[in-house]
Design a protein around this ligand. Structure first.
Ligand code: CAA
Length: 387
């Protein structure tokens, strides 16, 4: 499918590119060192409509399509991948989920504040012993009068410490598999809800990843998303969109690494000439650019299917799988092209390399994406429909 961007999409891309390169890029390296959460930048992004991009304007969103969101996220990731993951979780997993499954009251109380960027959102599915297999989670939610009482712990929660609103899954019926899982909106400050340890990570240092604890935490019954037992489907639907976000993030970081490698190869001289004159490096650059172009198209394809109301679970997994593996290849090659300097903090490529490493892991590992793709391929209705 040849992909042509509309005037509006190009305008959004240009606006976010200018913002990200002026406001986010100059301080990204410093943020990586200090691990400072980019709250001031996120406020500016909220004002620009970047934190609720696909949410309708009546709930303070920008009301744009997924392709525009992908373009914006690529630009933010190009400048600062840690800021991009906060943006991705906020848009794809939190806002989209509330917009799709929330009641009118939930949208007015929570979605409006999230989409405007007034509060940061988090999504708590993973537990210490339930990562790739979220059905095996053990956090419980027991109905008690007009509330559910939550007990248990969540792990690796992006923005866990900084979120004002968190969507939490928990088992409301332990006798059932996925149909015993429900999803709840939990506000910061709710009694019995606390933030545990913050992970010391290899990359994405300015984005916090934390444990969350629930001890007899009473959540109003009206804060359940959908019906009791809908939680797993809500989480899987959220992750379909989230995986497009991670693919876009991968494309953005890979573009930054490729640009850095091209410019370094042109300026660095060895053996009396720029290293860009050597065929070995030229072929590396050619492969990086080709890999990146393929990932970008897969990401647009998944986003466009979503915008057209088509099924896109498999395509989102394909985009996430290919793009996240691609960015690991591209950042490694970019670092290699920089030689010894690439291994130092004088140049940004070592940060790209570290930041990209988690992309094949979070929001479903590469192995889980292959499970999803194979499951869909082997369904009868998919035979002959790949195009
Ligand atoms: N959309 C809607 N429903 C879906 C779905 C989807 N994409 N995928 C599955 N379902 C439904 C199925 O239709 C089925 O429902 P029915 O029984 O009504 O037919 C139900 O869910 C169970 O499906 P499966 O039997 O296929 O479920 P499973 O237990 O075998 O798991 C899995 C499937 C794909 C492996 C899934 O567990 C999975 O995606 N695992 C990875 C989890 C993951 O990505 N975690 C990331 C954590 S979040 C994160 O990283 C966020 C962050 O902070 C950055």
């Amino acid at each position: 499918m040849p992909f042509e961007l509309s005037e509006e999409q190009l305008m959004i891309q240009g606006m976010v590119r200018d913002f990200a390169r002026e406001q986010l890029l100059p301080t990204a390296m410093e943020r990586d060192r200090t691990k400072a959460f980019p709250i001031e930048n996120l406020k500016k992004m909220g004002a620009l409509g970047l934190l609720g991009m696909m949410v309708p304007p009546e709930y303070n969103g920008a009301g744009v399509d997924t392709v525009s969101y992908v373009l914006a996220l690529q630009e933010v990731a190009y400048a600062c991948a840690a800021t991009a993951v906060v943006m991705s979780v906020q848009n794809s997993i939190v806002c989209e989920t509330l917009n799709r499954f929330g009641t009118e009251e939930q949208k007015r109380s929570y979605l409006k504040r999230l989409a405007s960027g007034e509060v940061i959102g988090a999504f708590a599915l993973t537990e210490p012993h339930a990562g790739s297999d979220p059905v095996s989670q053990s956090t419980s939610a027991v109905r008690d009068g007009d509330a559910y009482v939550l007990n248990g712990s969540k792990r690796f929660i992006t923005s866990g410490k900084n979120a004002g609103i968190t969507i939490v899954t928990a088992k409301t019926d332990k006798t059932k598999r996925h149909k015993g899982i429900s999803a709840f909106i939990v506000e910061k400050g709710t009694a019995g809800f606390s933030v545990g340890k913050t992970e010391e990570k290899m990359g994405l240092c300015a984005s916090d990843t934390t444990d969350l604890h629930f001890e007899d935490c009473r959540v109003p019954a009206k804060n359940i998303l959908g019906a009791p037992g809908d939680g797993f489907k809500i989480a899987m639907t959220a992750l379909d969109g989230g995986r497009i976000g991670i693919a876009a993030q991968s494309v953005g970081v890979a573009q930054a690494a490729l640009d850095a490698a091209v410019s370094y190869a042109k300026e660095r001289e060895q053996f009396g000439q720029p290293i860009s004159k050597f065929q070995g490096l030229r072929w590396m650059l050619a492969d990086m650019a080709t890999d990146l172009a393929a990932a970008r198209q897969l990401t647009f394809y998944a986003a466009a299917r979503k915008d057209q109301g088509e099924k896109y679970t498999m395509e989102a997994s394909m985009a996430k799988l290919f793009a996240s593996e691609m960015v690991n290849r591209v950042t490694a090659a970019a670092l290699q092209i920089h030689g010894g300097y690439g291994y130092t903090k004088e140049y940004p490529v070592e940060r790209y390399y570290r930041d990209a490493r988690v992309f094949t892991i979070y929001e479903g590992t590469s192995e889980i994406q292959r499970v999803v793709i194979a499951n869909h391929l082997l369904e009868d209705r998919y035979v002959g429909t790949l195009r």
